[in-house]
Ligand binder design. Structure first.
Ligand code: HSE
Length: 370
């Protein structure tokens, strides 16, 4: 199938904007004819100067006839849109490719979770089978797989325990704004007291402010500022959160493992803007010398950056402050653990809006063009 017409839905949301910026940076817009669809700005013109292109009139994201003309629909509009419009389009005989940022269709039988540096073979097999549904993975899972691809590729991983430190952006744009508003609200509350405070008085005042019902909390429901939230997404089975369940389910779907690799841990929201971090315990199938392990890890793909297990470089290079807004997958604190020689400790982080969301989508479009 010759790919020519691409429709983009949900391009004004946070993931959509990051996607558009990356597409412009990589000159993806030169590859085909793009139409922008919107649920709220139908009929307006969007000159797209910021993306170096005139996109013409914005079409209605609910206009099935216009959507049907597309060879590819790339959506960052959210799961409700995917669940409503994709089946509708298929029922009307549409055979185009559907590339989706939302999780709604990820675990469907004929969906492929896309993370091409890690599972290009899986994507290619799906294309050969004529499959059309390609969905970005959960950000935490994608970032972890990019980081430890070197070990997974060699079949060396018996199981993984992952303790996450997830940024506010993973919960949505409004949540990220709310985190900043919470810190601001507390800062102003402290200033208003207008008295010199000892460290302990300061702590007491801050704690009373984050417990106050007036702190902005419409989106998180609680204060994330000066605190953390050790539950992400809904309650699932066996005491897991849905985010924790995804670790196992999506890892094994992305890799198409024949013997599933157990993945489990606790997912925690922390007061960071857009970088997800994770502390990993990896049980290796064999006891391999550390230099060999490091060699495999750093050679696995072009984005993983192995930082040596030293304090100064770790604190300058392996933080959300250093990684945010880049495509680098930071990996460090790699060492054998006192638990035993086949237990590996690692810390990894990446921008959840880039490799965790937008980047695999635009790369899938490239794969279709190729
Ligand atoms: N579910 C993730 C989070 C983000 O809440 O951080 C999207 O993969």
């Amino acid at each position: 199938m010759q790919i020519k017409k691409i429709g983009i839905v949900g391009w004004r949301g946070m993931v959509g904007q990051v996607l558009m910026e990356r597409m412009q940076a990589e000159n993806d817009f030169a590859l085909g004819d793009y139409t922008l669809f919107s649920a709220s700005a139908t009929g307006q013109s969007f000159d797209g100067k910021m993306y170096g292109r005139d996109f013409g009139k914005i079409l209605d994201a609910a206009d099935i006839n216009a959507l049907k003309k597309m060879d590819v629909i790339l959506t960052c509009q959210g799961g409700d849109y995917s669940k409503q419009y994709y089946p509708l389009l298929k029922r009307q005989g549409w055979h185009g490719y559907w590339i989706d940022a939302a999780s709604a269709l990820r675990m469907e039988k004929d969906s492929t979770i896309i993370l091409d540096p890690v599972n290009m073979h899986v994507i290619k097999q799906a294309l050969q089978r004529g499959e059309k549904t390609f969905v970005g993975g959960n950000c935490t899972v994608s970032l972890m797989l990019m980081a430890i691809q070197g070990l997974l590729k060699e079949g060396l991983v018996e199981w993984i325990s992952t303790m996450t430190y997830q940024a506010a952006s993973g919960a949505g744009a409004k949540n990220m704004e709310e985190l900043v508003a919470q810190y601001d609200w507390v800062g102003r509350g402290i200033q208003k007291l207008n008295t010199a405070q000892s460290a302990l008085e300061l702590e007491k005042n801050v704690t009373s402010l984050i417990r106050a019902n007036q702190i902005p909390h419409d989106h998180f429901g609680y204060s994330l500022a000066y605190s953390l939230l050790p539950w992400i997404d809904s309650e699932y089975e066996m005491g897991q959160s849905r985010e924790e369940w995804k670790g196992f389910a999506e890892t094994n779907k992305i890799l198409q493992t024949t013997r599933p690799i157990p993945v489990d841990g606790t997912c925690v929201r922390v007061g960071v803007l857009r970088c997800h971090s994770q502390g990993l315990t990896i049980k290796m199938k064999q006891d391999i010398p550390l230099p060999e392990i490091e060699g495999m890890l750093k050679e696995a793909n072009s984005w993983v950056k192995l930082v040596s297990n030293k304090k100064d470089v770790t604190l300058t290079q392996l933080t959300p402050a250093a990684i945010s807004g880049t495509l680098t997958i930071g990996l460090g604190r790699v060492r054998k653990m006192r638990l035993g020689e086949s237990f590996l400790n690692a810390f990894t982080l990446g921008d959840q809006l880039l490799w965790g969301a937008a980047e695999p989508l635009r790369r899938m479009l490239r794969i279709l063009f190729e």
